[in-house]
Design a protein around this ligand. Structure first.
Ligand code: ZN
Length: 480
């Protein structure tokens, strides 16, 4: 065991309110025994590759520049740049336009420390866990094989554990395989200072069957059992000193499909659909931006709208990109979420969707609390034990916290080292909650956020008809 070493174990797409003792007893036991950050949030858009990049850079999307799962990028001038594709990411990296901030892998390598990755996620998500892992000599295992994974570790895993099981929903065979690779090969052979284990469920299964379906609950149970095996191995004295458990975003229910591109044929090639639709205008004068915001506001499917004028001025009917920690040069001119409704009897919010799921399937990317609330907890000698932390925190806080545990500098991160969760102790920051409202053309968009020390963390966003009483607004806020 390496002093101050850490493992980040991720359950993709796990909502905080679904990580219950009934559904995931090992995760619940872990959280109760260590530090449990009950007000943890994702980034916006709440999409996997944006979340991964924010986690490993310790920065908001405005700073690192991987602004969405898919967007318009100079290296793919005639089509949509896909962050799920390792080839697209390589092209951006070769052009020096992948991310603007250093990753944990680079920081550790500079400090003479080691890192390893074991992932059942997409090629793009796995790549973003340490974009330069190959060059830095960090072993990577991917269920998609090389060149996402590194040749030597992929070969070793196949020799000792057999071929990678086929994908499935639930993806339990691959989840189990990944835990075997981590505990039976990566730690015994490499003993990394930092490792990332990424489990692709419940996200994959929830997309297909729905957030509260029996299939998704089975996926959660299988992930939890695999994590239970990992905990048993760790509690017997193996592996890292500390374990951080997280999810990257939650999921809500996709209720009905919409086709934003078909509604605006004149924006073809410049409107990228998704839970956050991005629009890159050619003409970015104040009138053109205002006209586009007005047209989007009048659709039945538009949720919250974000835009900033060329000189950073406010746009009527939109919140500035900075309100959601966005606004990188690659951020679209205008962004609009798809409209979501409060939670139904199953406790899960509903939303229009424009992606490849069927009605009733799970979806994420927007600003509802179900999408933004994540699991975040930690155990080990570096962290407080049996501690429930209500201080709001989010994915960019994870890297500076781990760097602090390792005794490494946090310079260049925009997140905050959560010193109040550490055994060494530290004062919790001042926290203030705010709700901002913008009304336009009969609609009101609300954004709730916390000021935490010097940083802003978005709690959630929701829509109402304009002029709704403050009483109604308060109720909507509570259920948003
Ligand atoms: Zn995800």
């Amino acid at each position: 065991m390496t002093p101050r070493s850490c493992l980040i174990a991720t359950f993709d797409g796990l909502r905080r309110d679904r990580a219950t003792a009934d559904l995931m007893p090992n995760v619940a036991r872990f959280l109760a025994g260590g530090t449990d950050c009950v007000n943890a949030r994702s980034v916006f858009p709440s999409e996997t590759r944006v979340a991964v990049t924010s986690t490993i850079t310790g920065c908001a999307p405005a700073a690192h520049g991987l602004v969405a799962n898919q967007f318009l990028h100079p290296v793919a001038p005639d089509r949509i740049f896909q962050t799920a594709s390792n080839a697209d990411l390589s092209a951006a990296a070769a052009a020096g336009q992948l991310i603007d901030r250093r990753s944990l892998g680079e920081r550790l390598a500079e400090a003479g420390r080691s890192m390893a990755i074991v992932s059942t996620a997409s090629p793009g998500a796995t790549r973003m866990m340490s974009p330069r892992a190959h060059a830095l000599g960090h072993p990577v295992f991917s269920v998609h094989g090389a060149p996402v994974g590194t040749e030597e570790l992929q070969r070793k895993a196949e020799d000792r554990l057999g071929t990678i099981p086929p994908a499935g929903t639930p993806n339990s065979a691959r989840v189990d395989h990944a835990v075997d690779v981590l505990t039976r090969i990566v730690y015994p052979d490499h003993d990394p200072d930092l490792a990332i284990l990424w489990l692709s469920d419940p996200d994959i299964t929830s997309h297909g069957f729905g957030v509260t379906s029996s299939e998704t609950e089975a996926a959660q149970a299988a992930c939890d059992a695999a994590f239970g095996r990992l905990l048993e191995w760790w509690e017997a004295g193996n592996g890292p000193e500390n374990i951080v458990v997280m999810s990257d975003h939650g999921q809500i229910t996709g209720s009905a499909r919409v086709d934003p591109v078909a509604d605006f044929p004149d924006w073809e090639g410049r409107l990228v659909p998704g839970a956050l639709c991005g629009l890159w205008l050619e003409e970015t004068g104040p009138d053109a931006i205002q006209d586009a915001v007005d047209r989007l506001r009048d659709t039945r499917w538009a949720g919250l709208i974000f835009a900033s004028g060329a000189e950073g001025q406010r746009v009527n009917g939109a919140m500035p990109w900075s309100a959601v920690n966005q606004g990188h040069p690659r951020t679209p001119t205008i962004g609009v979420t798809l409209r979501a409704a409060p939670a139904g009897p199953d406790g899960v919010e509903q939303t229009f969707f424009a992606a490849g799921i069927e009605p009733g399937g799970g979806i994420h990317g927007g600003l509802t609390r179900g999408e933004l609330s994540t699991v975040l907890g930690a155990r080990g000698p570096a962290f407080r034990q049996g501690h429930r932390s209500e201080v709001p925190c989010w994915l960019p806080d994870i890297a500076p916290t781990i760097l602090s545990v390792m005794g490494l500098p946090v310079t260049g991160t925009t997140g905050r080292a959560m010193i109040e969760t550490l055994a060494a102790g530290g004062r919790a920051p001042d926290v203030e909650r705010h709700v901002e409202t913008v009304e336009h053309r009969g609609h009101a968009q609300h954004l709730a956020w916390w000021q935490v020390g010097d940083g802003r963390i978005v709690d959630c966003g929701w829509m109402e008809e304009a002029g709704a009483s403050s009483g109604r607004s308060k109720r909507a806020e509570e259920i948003a």
